[in-house]
Write a protein that binds this ligand. Structure first.
Ligand SMILES: [Zn+2]
Length: 157
């Protein structure tokens, strides 16, 4: 399956690094995206782009603190939103205000278990659409993201 890589070859380099993405790879990613490099952004990037993962801001804050850094919750939130604005991560709104950031920006859908909170990737070719609404004039489809929400079946009484 063809998986377009919107941010170039360094993304693959970053994703293949097991635990922490290298500083060089993350700096290169920032430079390509026009994001200024600060020590906090670099650490968040190294943790986030180490592999394809879905993380909430709270989870990432815990990872940052576990790495021994002193970064505020606001900085982590702002950094994730900055990455999302520049297309380095996808933000997925799940329950209400619960947002998860996906370091895999290649096109794919998601399966979300409302009971366990588990979020899994679903390949693009596993979902098909037979019809889409007409788009407003002067616009084009920029993306189509599906979240399949599942819950436990209610047991028969
Ligand atoms: Zn995903």
């Amino acid at each position: 399956m063809h998986r377009p890589n919107p941010i170039g070859s360094s993304r693959a380099l970053v994703a293949s690094t097991p635990l922490l993405a290298t500083s060089e790879a993350v700096r290169e990613l920032f430079a390509e995206s026009g994001i200024g490099c600060t020590s906090q952004r670099l650490l968040v990037g190294r943790l986030l782009f180490a592999r394809d993962q879905h993380v909430s801001a709270d989870r990432l804050l815990a990872m940052v603190l576990a790495a021994g850094a002193r970064v505020s919750k606001a900085t982590v939130y702002n950094t994730l939103n900055l990455f999302a604005e520049h297309g380095l991560v996808r933000s997925l709104k799940l329950d209400g205000d619960y947002t998860v950031f996906d370091s895999n920006t290649a096109p794919h859908h998601h399966l979300y278990d409302e009971h366990s909170g588990e979020l899994c990737d679903v390949a693009v070719d596993e979902v098909a659409f037979s019809r889409l609404p007409q788009l407003p004039s002067g616009t084009e489809l920029a993306g189509l993201d599906v979240v399949l929400r599942v819950r436990r079946r209610t047991p028969w009484p």
